[in-house]
Design a protein around this ligand. Structure first.
Ligand code: HDD
Length: 695
């Protein structure tokens, strides 16, 4: 809370002036930096176009106007066809344990060194201007500027994908995007075309059940896991290959929103996750992840009850533990959203020597798609010269010309082999990237899917059965919500047939909520296995109890007790939490005459934006607030979202008494400060069945 409100205006010297003719505007003095055209010509008037006379037409001659408007007309580039909405930050990667036994890549062998990186998080389905909190997978793309070339790990916050073969990607994306005839729904999977497609493609079931879980509603980008998903290879100095899957584990733990919160937040703050990332980095609360690897040999892979080349399958951590070998810290916001976040171009093919690909058919297709899409979006093969994409290690080759070439090669020689210019680069057998010389089996060419890819239900079943009761009810409710938006009855029936194969109880819950009969189970192409459950795939179950990264909303009003506010703020800050002040007005006078500035007015600061709430108000103000729906919703929602509430006497007497709020262990008077601080670290999920109709 800012105790001193500074109203000094740095532009106080700006005077309202009469410009040329009848125009008035506020003009700074002639001193200081001068505005110029792109050619460096100083501009004398940036408010009026060149006219033939005072009330006459504008002249074509006005090169200042034409340059300004032309540039403006060309300001947009095509948004990403998927993952259009994204937020990013700079940071560093640091290796803590060498993987020298497995790879020659210096980024994975040289410990203790900080290597710069740029990470972009995204939603998948929505357009660039869509909300941050739809039910969706989140992209998790990391570009590490290693000294041996850029390494892009282009993953998601879920360890598996919807489809097994890149051939199906355009169809999947067309199905989830707004329907082509009507152009809606935006950033939503709850519509007929998506469920039509997935119900006809059972390979999607595993990612679908993750999508219906709380993992699809991250509380913060810094509270999401990240996964490289596919199997890659690490190649060591002897040329030996070891399979690897890459993991990012957030230090703040995995934390999610509830669906009702996500829906309300999308109205209250469509930039919820973007703002959170920006503010955390600005405040020095740097988001951090552990970097881990799952390493396994070809022989070990042969024993898995699934094919590790199938991107719809995860490797349970209980089967192959995640070995933590490094960390990522995000510590700097981009200077310019367009130049960096929008223009960053990730490609799966960007790997340094010592890291190689597997034959996962989804990965193989992606190796083509990303470079292709950058050419479309950024318009030139020289996109690699844009600062955010350029390697930070030296690079030299014979590629020439093209749109927007920024380099000026000073040589006659842009070919190889050559003998005219000894300074020109040439290939290096010792340092160069080498593909693993994999021996391929004598197969028959064809459009084929491996037999081992046929099991589509065992892992979704494992996922569902691994969840806590609260999480299972969220999954069932999400299926019911989404299928409730599907108008075509047989699509819903098909889905129930699939759910029966995953878990009968889940299918029953969804069918009940939809008021439908259960059909016959869908035909399964392979026997459905009862795999061992895995705690690692839970969300709530693995959320840590901490105030770090969490925000407490504090409702105050005119005359609120300064000392009480301070006491709560100190206790919350001490444990790493942040307090945001909410008040009926932007500026508030407290009991001791101090004037403070609220972070949010009550009308713009609903409790869905906070992890726990406190109310410190005087009786006259509480009486007024009791008449305001924004205040009643504030407490009702905090209660319905299972949050901790600390209330003062006036709040209790005039507001809580009007509301259906039970004084459970998470609804406490101000005097119980310590309990509140403890409660604010998590939610009281046991309250949920009392306040929400879950499937
Ligand atoms: Fe993709 C973007 C993640 C399958 C084609 N994808 C994109 C981004 C992420 C992913 C995080 C955004 C990168 C950024 O922030 O700029 N995509 C995935 C994951 C997949 C996956 C984890 C499966 C494991 N993607 C996939 C397939 C194809 C694509 C199978 C096509 C064959 N993806 C693209 C793309 C995008 C893209 C069209 C759009 C914008 C871009 O690449 O730069 O090429």
């Amino acid at each position: 809370m800012k105790d001193k409100i500074d109203h000094t205006d740095p532009a106080k010297d700006v005077k309202t002036e009469r410009g040329h003719g009848g125009e008035t505007h506020q003009r700074a003095s002639d001193e200081g930096k001068v505005l110029t055209t792109q050619q460096g010509v100083a501009i004398s008037d940036n408010q009026n176009s060149l006219k033939s006379s005072e009330r006459g037409p504008t002249l074509l001659e006005d090169f200042v106007l034409r340059e300004k408007i032309t540039h403006f007309d060309h300001e947009r580039i095509p948004e990403r066809v998927v993952h259009a909405r994204g937020s990013a930050a700079h940071g560093y990667f640091e290796l803590t344990e060498s993987l020298e036994e497995y790879t020659t890549a210096k980024i994975l062998t040289e410990t203790g060194k900080q290597t710069p990186l740029f990470t972009r998080f995204s939603t998948v389905a929505g357009n660039k201007g869509s909300k941050d909190t739809p039910r969706d997978v989140r992209g998790f793309a990391v570009k590490i500027y290693t000294e041996e070339g850029n390494w892009d790990i282009v993953g998601n916050n879920m360890p598996i994908f919807f489809i097994q073969d890149a051939m199906k990607f355009p169809d999947f994306v067309h199905a989830v995007k707004p329907e082509p005839d009507r152009g809606f729904p935006q950033a939503a999977s709850a519509h007929d075309t998506l469920w039509d497609f997935v119900s006809l493609a059972p390979e999607t079931m595993h990612n679908l059940i993750w999508l219906m879980s709380d993992r699809a509603l991250p509380r913060s980008f810094g509270m999401m896991e990240g996964f490289g998903i596919h199997t890659f290879r690490l190649i060591n100095a002897e040329g030996k290959s070891t399979f690897v899957r890459f993991h990012w584990k957030p230090v703040l733990g995995v934390q999610s929103l509830t669906w009702d919160e996500a829906v309300k937040i999308s109205g209250a703050d469509p930039d919820y996750n973007r703002r959170d990332l920006f503010e955390k980095i600005n405040n020095g609360d740097y988001p951090e992840w552990e970097f881990g690897v799952q390493l396994f040999t070809e022989e070990e892979a042969a024993e898995f009850p699934f094919d590790h080349l199938d991107a719809t399958k995860l490797i349970p951590e209980e089967m192959v533990p995640v070995r933590t070998v490094g960390k990522m810290v995000l510590n700097r916001n981009p200077d310019n959203f367009f130049a960096e976040t929008e223009q960053v171009a990730f490609c799966l093919s960007h790997v340094p020597p010592g890291i190689d690909f597997s034959n996962d058919p989804l990965l193989q297709g992606r190796l083509f798609s990303y470079l292709d899409t950058q050419l479309k979006r950024l318009g030139s093969p020289n996109f690699v010269q844009i600062p955010i994409n350029a390697p930070k290690c030296p690079f030299a080759n014979n590629q020439q010309d093209g749109h927007m070439q920024m380099q000026v090669p000073k040589t006659r020689v842009l070919y190889d082999p050559q003998s005219l210019d000894p300074a020109r680069p040439s290939e290096s057998d010792k340092k160069g990237f080498k593909s693993f010389p994999e021996k391929l089996d004598d197969g028959v060419k064809g459009r084929i899917r491996a037999e081992g890819f046929a099991d589509h239900y065992s892992q979704p079943r494992m996922f569902y059965r691994s969840q806590s009761a609260t999480e299972q009810s969220h999954i069932a409710s999400a299926f019911a919500f989404e299928l409730g938006k599907v108008d075509t009855p047989y699509i819903r029936t098909r889905m129930l047939g699939h759910l029966l194969n995953i878990d009968e109880e889940l299918a029953n819950r969804v069918a009940n909520a939809l008021g439908m009969e259960l059909p016959e189970p869908a035909e399964a192409a392979a026997p459905v296995l009862d795999m061992a459950t895995s705690k690692a795939v839970q969300t709530i179950g693995i959320s840590p109890k901490t105030l770090k990264g969490r925000v407490v909303g504090m409702l105050i009003a005119k005359g609120s007790k300064h000392s009480e506010i301070k006491k709560f703020e100190d206790a919350i800050n001490k444990q790493g939490g942040t307090v945001k002040i909410v008040a009926p007005s932007k500026e508030v006078e407290l009991d001791d005459g101090t004037r403070v500035q609220a972070d949010e007015r009550l009308a713009g600061g609903p409790s869905v934006l906070f992890d726990a709430v406190v109310s410190i108000i005087m009786p006259d103000q509480a009486k007024k607030l009791a008449e305001a729906s924004a205040a009643l919703d504030w407490f009702n929602d905090a209660y319905a979202h299972c949050k901790a509430i600390a209330y003062c006497g006036a709040t209790d007497e005039f507001i809580l008494s009007k509301l259906p709020i039970e004084k459970d262990e998470f609804v406490t008077p101000l005097a119980e400060l310590d309990s509140f601080v403890e409660n604010a670290k998590s939610r009281l999920w046991e309250r949920e069945p009392k306040v929400r109709d879950l499937a």
